[in-house]
Design a protein around this ligand. Structure first.
Ligand code: XMP
Length: 274
């Protein structure tokens, strides 16, 4: 939502001088690339870069959350540099918002688009038109720009995407589980109007599928209320809804053995898992 709003804002300001780029990292939500293509159909020059394999390669073997963010931040920049060379652009416009900077400047974590940036970048300038805004203020900008509701009202999704909803190494198999489970959770919890609802692949445990014991994935479901993401409260979700999520997530993926619901507020937990 932040980068979409930044792109729309920049387009309003400089029109065709903007080279809008969507990097398909493979870490995004189900249907995200198609959604972006539709939302920004009015920008003739939109480029969609298929970088899925490159991101997976860069993330191979990395288990530390901060190292993951840095690998993702670095690869994002390399992708943008490649396009910038092609179109002869000298500045990068980013959708960084105030909480990203605060959390990166402190000791909490480095956001992929702030502390996660490489030291050397082939750009003369980085333009961050929303660097002083909170999320609810970004929504107001998005509405003022007449962006579709799927953009302005959609729940926040982290730049490093599903990578911070997978504990440990990011693999194609875990990504597939996380992508489908996040889709189910977003659908089933829509009526609760959460600030964020998500599913994370947190490890493996034993289960029984059919007549066999399996060592399958454990998926944690989280749904929180918040104003700005800095603090959050775990939502009270009714049992039937949780059971429906459990049944869909274990039913749709034979390698998922368990589904848990996370009742922890922020603090002490964070919203994301890494
Ligand atoms: P946490 O997990 O720190 O998340 O409680 C607070 C808010 O920030 C989002 N988030 C991120 N957004 N890059 C982003 O663009 C990141 O690296 C990142 N990590 C967390 C998270 O989804 C929540 O809205």
């Amino acid at each position: 939502m932040d980068s979409s709003t930044a792109a729309a804002l920049a387009y309003e300001a400089v029109g065709d001088q903007l080279a809008p780029v969507y990097v398909d990292t493979g870490l995004m939500r189900k249907g995200e690339t198609e959604g972006i293509r539709e939302t920004f159909a009015y920008m003739d020059s939109l480029r969609i870069v298929d970088a899925r394999e490159r991101f997976l390669d860069e993330l191979a073997g990395i288990t530390d959350p901060e190292a993951k963010r840095h690998a993702i931040g670095e690869q994002f920049i390399r992708e943008f540099e490649t396009v910038a060379r092609e179109v002869d652009a000298d500045s990068l416009v980013q959708g960084t918002i105030y909480p990203d900077r605060i959390e990166s400047e402190g000791t909490i974590k480095s956001h992929h688009n702030v502390g996660g940036l490489p030291d050397v970048m082939d750009f003369e300038g980085v333009v961050e038109p929303m660097r002083d805004l909170y999320k609810d203020e970004v929504r107001e900008v998005a509405r003022a720009l007449d962006l579709e509701e799927v953009v302005s009202e959609r729940m926040p999704f982290p730049g490093p995407g599903l990578a911070v909803r997978i504990i440990g190494e990011v693999t194609e198999e875990k990504l597939a589980v996380a992508r489908e489970a996040n889709h189910v959770v977003e659908e089933e919890l829509e009526e609760y109007d959460p600030w964020q609802a998500l599913a994370a692949v947190i490890g493996k445990a034993t289960g029984v599928k059919g007549d066999n014991r399996v060592h399958g994935w454990v998926v944690a479901v989280r749904s929180v209320e918040s104003r700005d993401g800095m603090t959050a409260r775990a939502q009270d979700i009714d049992w039937e809804t949780l059971q429906r999520i459990q049944s869909r997530v274990t039913g749709e993926n034979e390698n998922v053995a368990r589904v848990l619901y996370d009742v922890t507020h922020k603090p002490p937990a964070t919203i994301e898992y890494e």
